[in-house]
Design a protein around this ligand. Structure first.
Ligand code: HEC
Length: 217
């Protein structure tokens, strides 16, 4: 009874799709119907466009794995990581580190990407929402690991030396596109999704790796 009334409701939002199905809709049909219903409930508003609901193959495969309650098989995970790795844009001038002070401000700010935000205001990076970073900041989330002493613990004394190359590149890649090194990472793909500009990514990378940053004291 309950299922039937749900289907009737959904059908009213997506008659065309259901018309093609002779029997009850499959789980995939229901997913599509739900996606259509969600999409139909939103409109472009301010800087937020309905296209934010569009998902790419990475999100689709990871969401499906989540629904199944099983991690991705290894081959698919590797394929997703390789695909995301390929999309990383490396700094055009070869310089990976910006100004850690600006990085700290960005890490603190969760502004941006909502319809009340002015398109001219730069987005924040929102890192503290999930990570401890500077030990002086006592308000932080714990979805991600602590990044306090991030560079120091990894032995980065000079980020420009060849010894630091691997960790500098890994850090850039993680911030630009977290799924390049972890297929279904819960961390947003800050560079890839256009949340942060290249200059902003440099600042947060400096926050983590500059030996002068409070993160490494
Ligand atoms: C929604 C939560 C979330 C946000 C926001 C977030 N992260 Fe993460 N981050 C994670 C999670 C979860 C992990 C661990 C899984 C992984 O590595 O993908 C992680 C991992 C990392 C790592 C790798 C740590 C290691 O030891 O390998 C770095 C570096 C990092 N985040 C930096 C940042 C920075 C800088 C920001 C802000 C631009 C940020 N994160 C924003 C959730 C988040």
């Amino acid at each position: 009874m309950k299922i039937k009334s749900r289907i009737t409701f959904l059908a009213s939002t997506s008659i065309v799709l259901l018309a093609g199905c002779a029997a009850l809709p499959s789980a995939m049909d229901l997913d599509q119907i739900t996606a259509n219903a969600v999409k139909a409930s939103f409109r472009d508003e301010g800087i937020v466009k309905v296209s934010v609901l569009d998902t790419d193959e990475t999100s689709r495969l990871c969401s499906a794995a989540d629904v199944r309650g099983q991690p991705l098989d290894e081959a698919t995970a590797k394929r997703i990581e390789a695909m995301n790795f390929k999309s990383i844009r490396w700094p055009a001038d070869g310089k990976f580190l910006g100004d850690w002070k600006q990085g700290e401000k960005l890490a603190q700010s969760g502004r941006g990407l909502t319809w009340t935000d002015d398109a001219a205001t730069p987005n924040g990076a929102n890192c503290y929402n999930c990570h401890q970073i500077d030990a002086k900041e006592i308000s932080f989330g714990t979805i991600g690991p602590s990044l306090y002493n991030y560079g120091k613990l990894r032995g980065v004394t000079d980020p420009n030396s060849p010894d630091s190359k691997a960790i500098v590149e890994y850090t850039w890649g993680k911030v630009w596109n977290s799924k390049a090194s972890n297929a279904c990472s819960n961390m947003p793909r800050a560079g890839h999704m256009g949340i942060l500009t290249e200059a902003q990514v440099k600042h947060v990378v400096a926050l983590l790796l500059d030996p002068k940053s409070p993160v490494n004291q």
